[in-house]
Design a protein around this ligand. Sequence first.
Ligand code: ZN
Length: 316
Amino acid sequence: MRNPKIKTFYTDKQVCFDNIAETSASKSPLKPFLLIKRLKKNGYIKMLDIEEKFEPISKKDFLIAHTKEYIENVYSKKGNYASNMLPWSQNLVNSLPYTTGALYQAKKYALLNPETVCFAPVSGMHHAQPERGMGFCTFSGQVISAIKIYQELGKVCAYFDLDGHYGNSIEDTRKFNPLVEEAIPEGCNINPDGDNEAYIAEFQEGLAYVKDLVLQDKVHYVVFAHGADSHKEDDLGNQCDTAHWVRCAELFATWVNEVSALLGKPLPVVLALFGGYRKDYYEAVLDLHTKSLIACSNIICGNQFEDTLIVPNKQK
Ligand SMILES: [Zn+2]
């Protein structure tokens, strides 16, 4: 039996409030706050059980995936600190151990309490490289959290990265830290592409591949990062219309139930946000993420939340 609530690792400390709404090309550093605020307003917050008190990772944990020089550059606004393409602020720096911390804590909780689906409402984790940031990502939170979990619990991860963009952090860090191969084996960064049905077909191939590894005890938990920029109306996306985009969440959730039944125990599951960009109506990004949460809450956790959210087309 699954816990009906999704355990959510959210604190305002993982949010950057400074200079994001006004001057940043990406609202992602503010997105966790905006999403929680909207869920409170529309009532879907009932899906979640929010854990506000959790430890961040330490500054030295960033060394798992980055050079000391790059970390110092980010912390002290030197050198290539702006390679993440985000406006620098002390608030942004302070939030970073909490964004990776939320993902790490969600993974740990899911592994220790597999009946509970966990959620880290964070993005900005899958483009950074060892020596620099990239594409609104400062540090490789997905790699750092996976290696920490592997070192502490010996557990292996697969990512279903349904962001509209290829998550290069994992592959780009394999040489820098050989533990990547242990924590996230080759082929376990599932990142579909293509138009609607082709996208879904690629995703299903990934699901089948990881299913075999889970049943062979070679993968122990999965992260579903349903980036809203794989939606056709997103400013930076072009893959799925709303029906196909939601279908991906339903396929994932149904797959989780199927694999759990075959395992005879609940497969540990972590949900995350990743990208999403709409200049005309940012609420569309938040509502897509909510649709994905509703599908997972209903199918995996056995709830019956009605999805009444409408994602409008982009205003030309
Ligand atoms: Zn993206």
